[in-house]
Design a binder for this molecule. Sequence first.
Ligand SMILES: *Cc1c(COP(=O)(O)O)cnc(C)c1O
Length: 222
Amino acid sequence: MFIDHNYKEIINSIPHEVVLVAVSKTKPNEDIMEAYRAGHRVFGENKVQEMVNKYEALPKDINWHMIGHLQRNKVKYMASFVSLIHGVDKMSTLVEINKQAKKNTRVIDCLLQARIAKEDTKFGLEFNEIEQILFSSELEALENVRIKGLMGMATFTDDEEQIASEFADLGEFYQSLRSKGCKLEVLSMGMSGDYKIALDHGSNMIRVGSAIFGERNYIAEQ
Ligand SMILES: *Cc1c(COP(=O)(O)O)cnc(C)c1O
């Protein structure tokens, strides 16, 4: 029952226009169903195979978000049902998503992942690379993908000022793109440890796992 309790506490504490993605990676279907019975329908996973297994076993009105780093050869397994892909950081991934979306006669919504953390990370695009993609004719030609917004992860640190400055940078960049006419609606930033800071800096989608479902087993996450 702690899931029901945690979930209600969070959902009641955030503005109603903010989308809460309940990150259920490594957690069993029973845990997802507890949040489902509390009324939740948006869940996030970071491994394609695990998400496919859960999709097949669980109610079909769940919206599944892929939040993990994506391997191109896995896109086809989720193309028929995924509702939002958060971590796109390459044009070639968009090309593959477009191809698989087309096969399923769908348009797949995606977020471009920005690199905002100061720590060493391979993932994410620099702001100028995001602009290049958004204004490219190559993207325009991809009729079966829609870039709905941006996603970012702050540095893993206790330094709240640093986290706030990273989220502020992305929040400002997101607003600047909107003021240049980009039709972006989603700014996905904030996890269990930092979503309150993210909300202060314009996030409208938070990805919260352990604060709802409890700590994950680190080994199982690898
Ligand atoms: C695991 C994960 C989360 C959730 O992390 P918590 O700290 O458990 O809330 C959010 N975003 C991404 C990309 C993740 O991989």
